[in-house]
Design a protein around this ligand. Structure first.
Ligand code: DGJ
Length: 700
């Protein structure tokens, strides 16, 4: 709900499920932040607006820390959200031009000569997430004929209430170790995270959380922000000299130039979303999950199928026969979707060649992919393929025909990560070519699922002949989004998975146009618990793909683990199978079939239920996650190593009805809600790498 408040109608109050957000435009057109936190009334907002700004003092800014969207120029020393260059002129001095409230959306319009700037806000009634973004347009005129250059145009700046100290949480990582939580006291000055890599990155998830009073998993106030962008990005958290905190974020890492606007052009930033929660880290995660399921992820209420993926079984050495053998086994285990990973296309004998030539390899797949797709469909599964459209190998027909299509800087030695180059998707001819190839592929082969990979960072982001090559960074992402949107519209039956060497492209932007993400290349089930724990801070289990692979683990660390442990680890998200099933024994296959069946029985609860992280993974101790949907409760529990014969502690459940009785669906045992909440559920786990699935039902 949006209310316009005050005598001059220059105060806006946005109210969501449990929280409120208020801002105020002064008589001299400064846009000041008033409130973000628990719900407040219009009268509260007016009282806040009546408070004076700090007195003017030399060497200090009265505005820093108080403005909704600090621009470059004037009496400000904070990191600006907006930096504009127009010919010789720099900076912004805006005039307010009007406001429009439409449903749950508020737009505030400002102008500065040729620059038209709109700040957008949206807060839905069913959520505490505030979505913010900006639009900047060149509307012509102005003292200079030149284009407007946006050196920086953040999506939003968030202001926190004054507290004595803040703690900053982030999710850092690297390839195969994504989403590791890190916490530290917020220092004075700036803490900057982001990506200069052209994609979201394994190194930082575009998410931060701040708490001032020691929030725990269950209790305490938390402010958390997440950016919906899949290219380079930056979030700067600033603790100003007077203790005020602002968080500003948007597309692009540096301030070296983002977009150039000719008269008539406009730029829309990605959304920078944020929420306040009084329910600690767990409460904040559940609010994020609910919002994504309701408003971000396409068709999120439909659960995802159990898939089989061939990568760890075949690597690049694949063939029709090999895939057929795997498909028959996967179908017998209950897989619902069979995905042929890398290696199916022309010239792809290893990672040195083939990328760009998206036609089935005639030797390995005579007759193309259709015979395999038909066989897979005949086995009752959907059929999926792997692609990496934004890349090209120098050893490919595409690169030989169009060497200029790859990003490169003339006169500089290029970098070949994984023997591949990045195509310049900002070029219309490249975009059109990719559309034709992919649309053709999906039209000629009955494909139900596309795993869309991206296996190297930008390093040579040059564009010879282009007068403003800086635009390549943003336009690459826009082109990727556009391609995905067009393909989804033309092939509505096809689901997409975002992958970037595992979790290198996981963000709210890609999730608004893909159905799930490949969480990590690390398929070791123990490491994976920590990765999944971090992932769940922001994103729901409904999009978190997890495979059961071979033991010892072939992808990463050679650790041996039971099928039980591997399954229960992968059942915490969208279950998949990724091992070489042709080498599994009859006993293993039989056990696997039973686990898949069990997963299907809990799938709606896991994928769509409310998630409670009961005990965090780490060290040898027990960790556990609970999912609840309606009367159903599922608890997944893991014990890495039992020490000294100590029985692991009972796991205290959350969010249950203390008055209700809960029955274990497997043993028939009866539990009282209040006992489960206060004294816990015994798990019976022992030894090393043990795990269990416990299914409870209220009142049944
Ligand atoms: C990286 C992905 O994360 C893997 O799952 C696999 O698809 C390979 N690329 C294939 O090259």
């Amino acid at each position: 709900m949006i209310e316009t408040v005050g005598e001059r109608r220059r105060i806006w109050l946005l109210t969501g499920a449990t929280s409120g957000y208020a801002l105020h435009l002064t008589d001299t057109d400064e846009l000041l932040h008033l409130h973000w936190g628990p719900r407040v009334t219009a009268a509260d907002a007016e009282a806040l607006a009546a408070r004076p700004l700090p007195p003017y003092r030399p060497f200090e800014s009265r505005l820093d820390g108080h403005e909704e969207y600090p621009v470059e120029g004037g009496p400000r020393f904070v990191r600006p959200a907006l930096a504009v260059r127009h010919g010789q002129a720099r900076g912004t001095q805006w005039r307010f031009e009007g406001a429009g409230a439409d449903g749950d959306e508020l737009a505030l319009r400002f102008g500065d000569g040729p620059l038209a700037l709109t700040l957008h806000y949206r807060m839905r009634d069913d959520s505490d997430v505030v979505e913010r973004w900006v639009t900047a347009a060149h509307r012509g005129g102005g003292p200079e004929p030149e284009a407007l250059e946006l050196l920086r145009a953040d999506a939003a700046t968030w202001s926190l209430p004054l507290r004595d100290a803040w703690r900053l949480s982030q999710l850092r990582g690297r390839w195969s170790a994504e989403f590791q939580p890190a916490r530290s006291a917020l220092a004075y000055g700036e803490t900057v995270i982001g990506s200069r890599r052209g994609h979201t990155s394994h190194q930082h998830l575009p998410w931060v959380a701040l708490d001032a009073e020691g929030a725990t998993e269950e209790y305490g106030e938390l402010y958390t922000c997440a950016l919906a962008w899949s290219g380079s990005w930056r979030i700067a958290v600033q603790r100003l000299p007077d203790g005020l905190v602002q968080i500003t974020g948007g597309a692009g890492h540096d301030d070296a130039g983002l977009v150039r606007l000719a008269p008539g052009d406009s730029y829309t930033s990605p959304v920078f979303a944020a929420l306040w929660s009084a329910g600690g880290f767990g409460g904040a995660s559940r609010a994020w999950h609910a919002w994504q399921l309701a408003h971000v992820i396409p068709d999120a209420r439909r659960t995802r199928p159990v898939l089989y993926n061939s990568w760890e079984a075949t690597g690049f050495h694949t063939s029709r026969e090999r895939q057929s053998a795997l498909a028959r086994r996967a179908a017998a285990l209950g897989a619902e979707l069979f995905v042929v990973d890398d290696g199916w296309f022309r010239g792809r004998a290893g990672d040195r060649s083939g990328l760009g030539d998206w036609e089935p390899d005639p030797d390995r797949f005579p007759g193309g992919l259709r015979p395999l797709a038909d066989e897979v469909h005949g086995l009752g599964m959907g059929f999926g393929i792997w692609v990496e459209p934004e890349m090209v190998n120098p050893d490919s027909d595409l690169h030989r025909a169009h060497p200029d299509w790859a990003q490169h800087r003339p006169g500089r030695r290029g970098t070949e990560f994984r023997n591949q180059l990045v195509l310049n998707l900002a070029r219309p001819d490249v975009r059109e070519h990719l559309w034709e190839r992919l649309h053709g592929l999906l039209s000629s082969t009955p494909v139900d699922f596309v795993k869309w990979d991206f296996n190297r960072c930008f390093t040579d982001a040059g564009w010879p002949g282009e007068s403003y090559p800086e635009r390549l960074w943003v336009e690459h992402v826009r082109a990727l989004y556009d391609l995905l949107d067009r393909l989804r519209a033309a092939h509505p039956g096809v689901a997409f998975e975002s992958c970037s060497g595992g979790g290198g492209r996981v963000d709210l932007g890609i999730l608004s146009r893909t159905d799930q993400v490949w969480t990590s290349d690390n398929t070791d089930p123990l490491d994976r618990l920590a990765i999944q724990h971090g992932f769940s801070q922001l994103h729901p289990a409904r999009v978190m793909a997890a495979w059961v692979t071979d033991s010892p683990n072939v992808q990463l660390n050679g650790r041996a683990s039971s099928l039980r442990f591997r399954f229960v680890s992968a059942m915490a998200g969208v279950l998949g199978l990724g091992g070489d099933l042709t080498r599994w024994s009859v006993r293993e296959l039989d056990e696997a079939r039973r686990w898949v069946e069990l997963y299907k029985s809990i799938r709606p609860v896991v994928q769509l239920g409310e998630l409670h992280r009961l005990r965090a993974p780490g060290g040898d101790g027990l960790s556990a996650v609970q999912y609840a949907l309606g009367d159903d409760v599922v608890v997944l529990v893991w014990l890495p190593a039992q020490r000294h014969g100590e029985p692991p502690p009972p796991v205290r459940l959350r969010g249950l009805d203390p008055q209700a009785r809960y029955v274990c669906r497997d043993t028939g045992e009866l539990y009282r809600g209040s006992v489960l909440i206060h004294h816990g559920l015994p798990t019976g786990l022992t030894g090393d790498l043990d795990a269990a699935v416990i299914r409870l039902c209220r009142g049944c």
